[in-house]
Design a binder for this molecule. Structure first.
Ligand SMILES: [Zn+2]
Length: 73
């Protein structure tokens, strides 16, 4: 019985967060943006959504951050 496992940001398992990586070829570690409920890759500036506590690490689902900002306001 393991107890005391406090959920991490966005309800994600801290151990899971440690092994999460960008699905792109660089496989960079991801950082959590709690305000946006997203996981950020600092290498390619993609943001991956977290839905129902499950990170969606798909390039098709990723959102490009930074840059020109011609996306949705
Ligand atoms: Zn990346």
């Amino acid at each position: 019985m393991t107890q005391g496992t406090t959920p991490g940001p966005l309800g994600l398992d801290p151990l899971l967060l440690e092994v999460l990586a960008c699905p792109d070829t660089h496989h960079s570690p991801l950082t959590v943006d709690e305000a946006a409920s997203e996981l950020l890759c600092t290498t390619c500036d993609r943001a991956f959504p977290v839905r129902n506590g499950i990170p969606v690490l798909l390039l098709d689902e990723a959102r490009r951050r930074g840059g020109t900002g011609t996306d949705t306001p």
